[in-house]
Write a protein that binds this ligand. Structure first.
Ligand SMILES: Cc1cc2nc3c(=O)[nH]c(=O)nc-3n(C[C@H](O)[C@H](O)[C@H](O)COP(=O)(O)O)c2cc1C
Length: 187
């Protein structure tokens, strides 16, 4: 008769399914990303010929002490190049009324000067800051690191302004507002 199997066995050798499986593919992952509800921001930096900026939904708070923010910028972005060159950038959290601004700063065919046209822009710590956002922060680059087809940009917060209003949201490839998602009074 064979000996009973021990109740506690050595764990199986560690398997890493992420590396063993081919993965679901970019198209299915983009479907998942579309389900992420996110605030919409504009990231700006000083370019060689004037201000640069782009719409970004991949922004998050990273740390309170020290205060750090995180943004994911695609490879090849002109704004990313300026962020890297200058070592500083601004993040503007947009208000729900600012969907046109967000559309302009996302349009690949709209040159930088046209993206900023009509905005009230001033320099804070040498970085272009657009007036009228829900909140903005000027950050000094703490780290830039490539992951896949984007770069993760970590900024140490050097200046902050918090205004009023409601955030502009991005969900299922559409601009949305809190008003639409959660009716006031819960009704
Ligand atoms: C709602 C929305 C969110 C976006 N979020 C990001 C983002 O998180 N990261 C990114 O690299 N591009 C994002 N984009 C695309 C950029 O805004 C777009 O590629 C822009 O033209 C880049 O500008 P640039 O190359 O002049 O820097 C987003 C676009 C939209 C409409």
């Amino acid at each position: 008769m064979s000996a009973p199997r021990p109740l506690t066995a050595d764990p199986a050798p560690y398997d890493d399914p992420l590396h063993d499986e081919p993965g679901p593919g970019a198209a299915r992952c983009l479907g998942l990303y579309a389900k992420l509800a996110a605030g919409v921001s504009v990231v700006t930096a000083r370019g060689e010929d004037g201000p640069l900026g782009m719409t970004v939904s991949a922004v998050t708070s990273l740390s309170a002490r020290p205060p750090l923010l995180l943004a994911c910028l695609r490879d090849g972005s002109r704004t990313l190049a300026a962020v890297r060159a200058r070592g500083a950038f601004a993040i503007h959290l947009l208000r729900e009324e600012q969907h046109d601004l967000a559309g302009r700063f996302a349009s690949p065919t709209t040159p930088a000067a046209q993206r900023f046209a009509g905005t009230d822009t001033r320099q804070v710590l040498g970085v272009p800051v657009i007036a009228g956002a829900l909140a903005w922060s000027v950050c000094l680059v703490a780290d830039i690191r490539g992951y896949g087809d984007h770069h993760l940009v970590v900024g140490q917060v050097a200046a902050v302004h918090v205004g009023g209003g409601r955030p502009l949201l991005w969900h299922e490839r559409r601009f949305r507002s809190l008003r639409e998602l959660v009716p006031e009074g819960g009704g």
